[in-house]
Design a protein around this ligand. Sequence first.
Ligand SMILES: CC(C)(COP(=O)(O)OP(=O)(O)OC[C@H]1O[C@@H](n2cnc3c(N)ncnc32)[C@H](O)[C@@H]1OP(=O)(O)O)[C@@H](O)C(=O)NCCC(=O)NCCS
Length: 165
Amino acid sequence: MPISANVVLGHGVKIFHPDLVNLYGCTVGDETKIGAFVEVQKNARIGRRCKISSHTFVCEGVTIEDDVFVGHGVMFINDLYPRATEDGHLQTEADWEVVSTLVKRGASVGSGAVILAGVTIGEGALVGAGAVVTHNVPDHTIAKGVPARLGRAVPRKQMSDRPAS
Ligand SMILES: CC(C)(COP(=O)(O)OP(=O)(O)OC[C@H]1O[C@@H](n2cnc3c(N)ncnc32)[C@H](O)[C@@H]1OP(=O)(O)O)[C@@H](O)C(=O)NCCC(=O)NCCS
């Protein structure tokens, strides 16, 4: 059951290979496109007109606003100190807390980036390919490297020109 019945899909959402994704308990906004081998967990929210490229993992607690580009194989994280067991028993949801992450409108996340739990990627910001983002990225700023360091402002011609809605 690759797209669970409890997924809320907006109008015109394009999922190119519905049998090759794993979506459950999440919300996907109008006109968003989702590539193959993408997993989106429960309580994750993806806005309108986003592109989520193949092999990306969007975990519980992640909110992606409108007009966001997410490259291939991007990994979001919601638990900084994960454990399999608690006192010799498999952990349950009661044993840990989801740390939320926000990607603001018009941002882009390059392929292979890892986005640590609890960060905010600013409006129109650009995360470089392969970056490990450990701190917030200000609006319209490039962040790249491991750990990601802030670079220059996103060049004007690369900014999303879509009006806010
Ligand atoms: C980071 C990025 C936006 C370029 O930013 P920029 O500020 O324009 O960087 P420049 O190309 O001017 O390069 C500046 C320096 O950053 C380095 N650099 C570029 N991209 C980098 C990256 N992803 N990680 C680490 N360093 C990077 C360059 O090697 C250069 O270093 P040098 O000065 O030692 O030679 C771009 O390279 C990138 O990674 N974009 C994401 C692409 C992507 O994943 N697309 C997905 C769809 S295919």
